[in-house]
Each structure stands twice: as C-alpha cells, then as structure tokens.
Design a protein around this ligand. Structure first.
Ligand SMILES: *Cc1c(COP(=O)(O)O)cnc(C)c1O
Length: 228
C-alpha cells in the first residue's frame, strides 16, 4: 500500500485553509503560525516543505529531533523548532540545545529544570504551558484549576519566558470546548499565545483564537502505526 504524498502541495493547501479560517473571523492570517509537525518522518519527506518556505516545525521526541535537525538546519538560519511532546528531566540539556521553543512545560519539576538550564546556557527559550483541559489522567499538562498559580510561579519565581498556553483535547470530545477554555485561561493570565488545533481541527482552533496550529498528517501524510 504505497501512498503518494506531495508534502509541498499539502503545505500550500493547509496555508490556504489557515488564511481562510483566519479571515472568516477577521483575524490577520499573519498572526496564525503553522507548526509543521514532522515527527516520525525522515529528512526526505521534510526537505520539500523546508524548501517550499516553511520554517516552523514541531517534533515530540528530543532524541529523534537531535538526530534529524542538525542536517536539516544546514543552509537555513531561520528555522524555529518546537518541542511538542513530554520532556523528561534527563533530556532537558539536549532539549534546550536542540529546540527553539518548548511548548510542553507541564509540571513544576520540568519548569525548574528548564529555568536552571536556561540560566546555565544563557539560552532563554520561549515557553508554553501545557494545560490538561480534559483533566485526563494519562495526559500531561497542568489541570485547569492549578494553571493560574503555575503561570505565576513560572514567570515570577523562575523567570521563564512564558508566551502562551498549549493543549491537546481528549480525542472523544468536542475540541471547540477545549479551545475556548484554553483561550479563556490565557486571557485571564494576560498571555497572547495559543497553541491549539491539529490536522482534524485546526480551522476550529483558529476561529477560537489559535496563534499556532500544529499540523502533521495533513502535510506529511499518515505516520507509520507503532507510535502511541
Ligand atoms: C502529532 C502531534 C500533532 C500533529 O497531529 P496531526 O493529527 O498529525 O496533525 C500535534 N500536536 C501534538 C502535540 C502532537 O503530538
């Protein structure tokens, strides 16, 4: 079963959809950034998207990103690589060296470890707090009732550069409810960044104020199965 995928063509279609969704709610499409989620895919599949002009990419595993991105970055000075998966304490060093933005600040321990590494390296990466909007036991993120205090701790106690919030809605629920909740939490905390929306729901997310949508499958095609 060979699937023919043209990632550069898909990229263009996704960017057009983003523009239309933004315009439909009178938002400037320039303010909605596409994070092209290249996890699992190899360099051969990613390169055409880079060459088509896309510069912001998302990866969910530190090790995998360290293996692929040094080569892909060659010749491009303006790539912005986002970590969108859970970060383990023993990978913080590598993560800070490999990524430009950390979207998954999801617990105090990681917030502390990042703050320490930013200090040590003088690399103060932009961060997002991941919110577990569905309060799912198996999912990472800060519970909605604890987010306000967590943001204050990150900003004031640790000096993290918190740009906004990120969420992954439960698969069996209406994503719009979660996007609206994330926007409300960001608003009351004075945060402008909202990373929400994936291949199946990024237009909904944009209509609810997303500043970053994380789109993988709609650009790169389906991923091989074994991953959770
Ligand atoms: C894989 C992943 C995406 C992209 O999902 P698609 O459905 O392939 O667009 C977005 N966000 C996170 C956190 C992911 O892990």
């Amino acid at each position: 079963m060979t699937q023919i995928v043209d990632p550069a063509k898909n990229l263009k279609a996704v960017l057009d959809d983003i523009s239309m969704a933004a315009q439909s709610v009178d938002h400037d499409p320039e303010n909605v950034k596409l994070v092209a989620v290249s996890k699992v895919h190899d360099e051969e599949r990613i390169r055409p998207v880079l060459e088509a002009g896309q510069r912001i990419f998302g990866e969910n595993r530190v090790q995998e990103a360290m293996g692929k991105w040094p080569q892909l970055r060659e010749g491009f000075s303006d790539i912005e690589l986002h970590l969108i998966g859970p970060l383990q304490s023993n990978k913080v060093k590598e993560a800070v060296a490999t990524f430009d933005v950390i979207e998954t600040v999801d617990r105090p321990k990681i917030a502390h470890a990042l703050a320490k590494e930013f200090e040590r390296t003088d690399r103060h990466l932009e961060c997002y707090v991941q919110v577990n909007t569905g309060e799912e036991a198996q999912k990472a993120g800060i519970a909605p009732e604890n987010v306000d205090a967590f943001i204050v701790m990150c900003k004031e106690e640790l000096g993290l550069n918190i740009q906004g919030l990120m969420c992954i809605p439960p698969i069996d629920e209406e994503p719009a409810l979660h996007f609206a909740l994330l926007a409300e939490i960001a608003g009351r905390n004075g945060l402008s960044g909202l990373s929400m929306g994936m291949s199946s729901d990024y237009e909904t997310a944009i209509k609810l104020g997303a500043t970053h949508v994380r789109v993988g499958t709609a650009i790169f095609g389906s991923r091989p199965a074994p991953q959770a």
